[in-house]
Ligand binder design. Structure first.
Ligand code: NAP
Length: 278
């Protein structure tokens, strides 16, 4: 297959490496010339430029730009591609993207390969990132089955685990397991930073170890990503935060009233509940 990738960063670069290794022809487009050159050098694409016109002859175009550039990119592609080309994206939110993109391009299929790294950009791209990881495909009722099949072919090539979901259900699920954890982890760091007793704070900073490292990791990451998650998955994230606050209130009350039996019941339920998620 001749495949186009727009946005030659971490995800676009990883896709290019895997798809080329599987024998597909991959043409890249990115915003900066230096990124295009780095992607060619790395072997993620056969050719790359800053012009979407170079993708006219591709069968599928995978849009891998930051979330806020996904829709403008689909709109720009709609001006240059022949109507039979399938456009898909890799954005980590779907509801805000899929309906509008499908209006601009009936051959659009939403997708979300759920794999990543702490680093971003083409330099961080590597082979095999998606192997064994979920690849969520989010068609609408009107999405053409032939277009979905093309994305299934790509996910299969990556040896990813294909999951189907409607865009809103996808967003609610990732709010729970990805976006809410970022906000909770950020709140934890914020609460610690606000400790007013400097002796306690400095000692806590000195003693912080694996437990704090694990629980603070996702809240201490790239602020831009957190803002994009909140902007683009606002409703589902707010619902998650409200439910989470109820659980926190319940925990607070149980500890205030020294209801240790109830606390034990709650923690036993969370101990077994976690197993179903990880
Ligand atoms: P990234 O490493 O920052 O790569 C994005 C690339 O897009 C940048 O390198 C930039 O290249 C290029 N770009 C920016 N604006 C552009 C535009 N208007 N037109 C063309 N290229 C443009 O980010 P990423 O982690 O790969 O994330 C990309 C997408 O993947 C996002 O939509 C994200 O939601 C999704 N995603 C990310 C992860 C993850 O864990 N990282 C996982 C799953 C899905 P230049 O250097 O040319 O500016």
């Amino acid at each position: 297959m001749k495949i186009g990738i727009v946005g030659l960063g971490l995800i676009g670069g990883c896709l290019g490496l895997d798809l080329r290794q599987a024998g597909h022809t991959v043409i890249g487009v990115s915003r900066r010339q230096s990124t295009c050159e780095a992607a060619i050098e790395k072997g993620a694409v056969e050719a790359a430029s800053m012009s979407l016109d170079s993708l006219k002859m591709t069968e599928v175009v995978i849009v891998c730009t930051p979330i806020n550039a996904l829709l403008p990119t689909v709109e720009a592609l709609a001006q240059v591609l022949p109507p039979e080309t399938v456009i898909t994206d890799v954005g980590s939110v779907k509801d805000a993207i899929v309906t509008t993109a499908t209006r601009s391009w009936p051959n659009f299929v939403g997708g979300h390969p759920m794999a990543g790294k702490a680093e971003s950009g083409i330099d961080a791209a590597e082979l095999g990132l998606f192997e064994g990881r979920p690849y969520v495909i989010t068609p609408l009722p009107e999405t053409k089955p032939t277009a979905v099949d093309k994305v299934v072919d790509i996910a299969t090539t990556l040896e990813a685990q294909i999951q189907f979901a409607d865009p809103a259900t996808h967003d609610k699920a990732v709010a729970w397991i990805s976006h809410l954890p970022v906000m909770i982890s950020a709140s934890l760091i914020q609460a610690c930073v606000q400790e007013s007793d400097s002796t306690v704070k400095v000692l806590a900073q000195t003693l912080a170890s694996s437990g704090f490292r694990d629980t603070s990791r996702v809240g201490g990451g790239n602020p831009e990503l957190g803002v994009m998650m909140a902007q683009n998955n606002r409703e589902a994230l707010l619902l998650g935060l409200k439910n989470y606050r109820q659980v926190l209130d319940q925990l607070t009350q149980v500890i205030e009233t020294e209801d240790w039996e109830h606390l034990s019941t709650l923690l036993t339920a969370t101990q077994s509940g976690r197993v179903d998620f990880v």
